[in-house]
Design a binder for this molecule. Structure first.
Ligand code: TYD
Length: 130
């Protein structure tokens, strides 16, 4: 399942603030945070799915396109707004393209890094039965 979520924003005359908490905004226990930044021009990332990991992805700065596929349905998101997040839950193939030079992508994850949770081959993803 893939969902684009508008994050609750606290705004006053000083600007905007977004707070994310486990169970409030983020629908899982947050065990890891990582971020992608200063991506080489023209480089794409991702090209994998996860068997069990849930992720919450926010483009904090700059922009990128986020291509996803799950249950045979493909979607493309243009991310350029830190008040939006993509929730990835279930076996979702993802590819990140067109990252601007100033793109910063933050990912909140439901588990620690575990290479055995990755499906890195597209055909294996298509064949994978959860
Ligand atoms: P990878 O997940 O393949 O990056 P992307 O999907 O953005 O292309 O990870 C790249 C490398 O970083 C790989 O060697 C695994 C390592 N890595 C960690 O050690 N811990 C982590 O939490 C993540 C996400 C990656």
């Amino acid at each position: 399942m893939v969902e684009l979520i508008s994050l609750e924003t606290i705004t006053d005359n000083r600007g905007h603030l977004i707070a994310l908490e486990e169970g409030k905004g983020v629908p899982f226990q947050i065990k890891r945070i990582y971020y992608l930044f200063k991506t080489t021009a023209g480089a794409s990332r991702g090209f994998h799915a996860h068997k069990n990991l849930k992720q919450f992805v926010i483009c904090m700065n700059g922009s990128c396109t986020f291509d996803v596929e799950s249950n045979g349905i493909k979607n493309k998101f243009y991310l350029n707004d830190p008040s939006q997040a993509i929730l990835l839950d279930g076996v979702v193939w993802r590819e990140i393209h067109d990252m601007s030079a100033d793109c910063v992508l933050v990912v909140l994850a439901s588990d620690l890094y575990d290479e055995s949770d990755y499906i890195r081959d597209y055909q294996s993803f298509k064949n994978y039965k959860a």
